[in-house]
Design a protein around this ligand. Sequence first.
Ligand code: GYE
Length: 307
Amino acid sequence: IALAGCSRDAGKQVGQVTVGFSQVGAESEWRTANTASVKSALVAPGFDLKFSDAQQKQENQIKALRSFIAQRVDVIAFSPVVESGWEPVLREAKAAGIPVVLTDRAVKVSDASLYASLIGSDFIEEGRKAGRWLLQDSTGKPGPIRVVELQGTVGSAPAIDRMKGFHEVIDTDPRFKLVRSQSGDFTRAKGKEVMEAFLKAEGGHIDVLFAHNDDMAIGAIQAIEEAGLTPGKDIRIVSIDGVRGAFEAMKAGKLNATIECNPLFGAQLAQLIRDVHAGKPVPKRIVVEEGVFTQDQAAAALPGRKY
Ligand code: GYE
């Protein structure tokens, strides 16, 4: 009995909160910035951080969570790669008395008491913002306007919600025809590969690309150039995140707009973890504030961008 108590506190200093954090991976610039933000807030006095990278695989995340439970960390935080399949491991955490904080991405569970809070963006709203930008950009253009979509990771909250929000807006205008929609797994390499296939299949007759993140758009831009077309002109492009690479692409005229998705919530997460650990009531949902940026704003905004 005494041993269990001992092993719980092994390696940590008095008053420290031991946090097990399972990150999705390193698939995008957004993710790299998010990892840096989380680490800078939790590699700090007051915390003992156990960090684990799941390389975009749910099975790796489940293993990491089980290991955090076995180590009896004080709080588990994780960014779930996909929405479903979490009930069993979340029940194990609950049974062990370890509170769970979700970061960035949501889960689908029948019992909301399986996690304390979710801190992250409103992905449906981001999709709507991309749709609204496109509506405005298409003012006066005749239909059909042929749209292709590069989806994020299949089954992930941002892919599901961004698709939903985008379609909610553009489906109100009959000029828009979604001709292709496929996952590029949030990476540049996959974004390029899938865009190449789109261009081939459509014989280059594509007017608009909506990419669920900037990295896939940046990969697609390369595919578009290699196909002899001009990204940003022949094909209008809108994506999501607002990473530095997107601002550079906008400055070069190759990307038309990016919808901001702020990864820098490490400090807010640290406070949330402290509160959860102290047993204070916390909001079930904390939404990060964000905006929209277009080409004309890119040069001025670039030096101030923090990710
Ligand atoms: O948009 C993408 C990353 O979950 C919000 O994941 C995050 C998304 C982000 O791979 O670049």
